[in-house]
Design a protein around this ligand. Structure first.
Ligand SMILES: [Ca+2]
Length: 401
């Protein structure tokens, strides 16, 4: 016992020391707990902060810039057609298709082709025949459908634009909108569209008579602008004239984007052009034969095929929210057997992409819907192509990511 008593003070000292250590350890763990707690709390808050709109969209943008590549889905939606020249899309998403010999067909949403007209008044010879089609902007209510076609008078070929009424899957009540346009087996022009201004725009070729393009008394080789009833708009650039621009050889594609009007036209021995159209301007033909001129009298194209032949026909911009596809102009080539996409900023072509080349043969019509798809037609039965199985076809071209 006395031994035990002698070690008592030591035990107390040790106990005191242990208490000190215990306090120190307690303090240390408390500190650790606070640090860990603070970290978890702050990281939770950081995680919460990431998905704000700005951050998310920034992430998506940088992703799409780096990783997303556009590839194209090509789908045959109709076949067995004969030189489908133009396509109009109805408010019900049906395709109205002209065939150059004189038929008009509808491709219904479930893929059926319905013949709605065989126009006997059409005279089809080489490049001439039934060409452009446009539905009135108010088609839902008035059923007005416009056609551009060639007809024969004596030994001469002319073109006219007529308005028809579409009802019960037939066309009736033809009203001539514009008559006696120069026409012929070559340089026959042929496209018509309603613009964002609700006016009817018509592209005419020089019909093989070059000088017509510079002659303001002729409607050949021009971009024309009319009211829907064929009268001349009071705000046309040349008072009392349907002419909007001139000096065109054989324009065949037309569409608008951001308020600008673009057309495609066939050049002479290559030198095909995409032009931005301004009122009352001269686009050079036949004085300027190879796209560009230093003479300020003439407007140069925004894109020239130079020594290559595209033979561009249809042209269309797509409406899309997809960043990579904005400002995209699509045009098809006949002899070039191609579908091209050009990215346009004002007058500048930023980049180009060949979507189709030689796969489906000659390509003619180009029409875009409001969902980012482009409908195009083959033209292998037009006397200048090699028909493939199922020709001619309508193809639906859609972007996929
Ligand atoms: Ca030109």
């Amino acid at each position: 016992m006395p031994g035990f008593l002698t070690i008592l003070p030591t035990i107390f000292v040790k106990l005191g020391f242990m208490k000190q250590r215990f306090v120190l350890m307690f303090a240390f763990f408390t500190f650790l707990l606070i640090v860990v707690g603070a970290y978890v709390y702050s990281s939770k808050n950081t995680l919460k902060a990431i998905p704000t709109t700005t951050e998310t969209s920034k992430n998506l943008n940088s992703l799409s810039e780096q990783n997303v590549k556009i590839s194209w889905d090509i789908q045959v939606v109709a076949q067995g057609l004969e030189v489908p020249w133009d396509i109009a899309i109805s408010p019900q998403d049906e395709l109205f298709i002209t065939e150059r010999p004189g038929q008009v067909k509808i491709l219904t949403k479930d893929g059926k082709l319905i013949n709605i007209a065989n126009l006997r008044q059409v005279s089809s010879n080489s490049e001439s025949g039934l060409t452009g089609i446009a539905l009135h902007p108010n088609f839902n209510n008035n059923n007005f459908l416009y056609l551009y076609y060639s007809y024969q008078k004596g030994n001469s070929t002319f073109n006219r634009v007529s308005r028809f009424t579409f009802q019960d899957n037939t066309l009736s009540d033809e009203q001539i909108i514009l008559n006696n346009l120069p026409g012929g087996p070559i340089h026959n022009g042929g496209r018509l569209r309603f613009g964002p201004d609700q006016k009817l725009w018509i592209l005419t070729g020089d019909a093989g008579f070059e000088s017509l393009a510079q002659n303001l008394n002729s409607l050949g080789g021009k971009v024309l602008r009319l009211n829907d009833d064929g009268t001349i708009p009071s705000d046309n650039p040349i008072k009392g004239s349907a002419i909007y621009s001139y000096g065109h050889r054989n324009p065949q594609g037309i569409d608008w984007y951001n308020g600008n009007l673009f057309i495609s036209e066939h050049g002479s021995q290559a030198f095909d052009e995409i032009n931005l159209i301004e009122p009352n301007k001269n686009y050079g033909w036949p004085i300027v034969k190879r796209c560009f001129s230093d003479d300020p009298k003439f407007v140069n194209p925004i894109l020239c095929s130079e020594q290559t032949t595209w033979a561009p026909s249809g042209l269309a911009f797509i409406e899309t929210d997809i960043e990579e596809l904005k400002n995209s102009l699509f045009f098809a080539g006949l002899r070039g057997q191609l579908l091209e996409r050009a990215v346009i900023e004002g007058r500048n072509v930023q980049s180009r992409e060949t979507i189709l080349k030689d796969t489906y043969g000659r390509l003619r019509a180009v029409t875009a819907d409001d969902k980012g798809n482009v409908y195009i037609s083959t033209s292998n039965r037009d006397g200048r192509g090699i028909p493939q199985q199922g020709d001619d076809k309508i193809l639906k071209v859609s972007p996929k990511f």
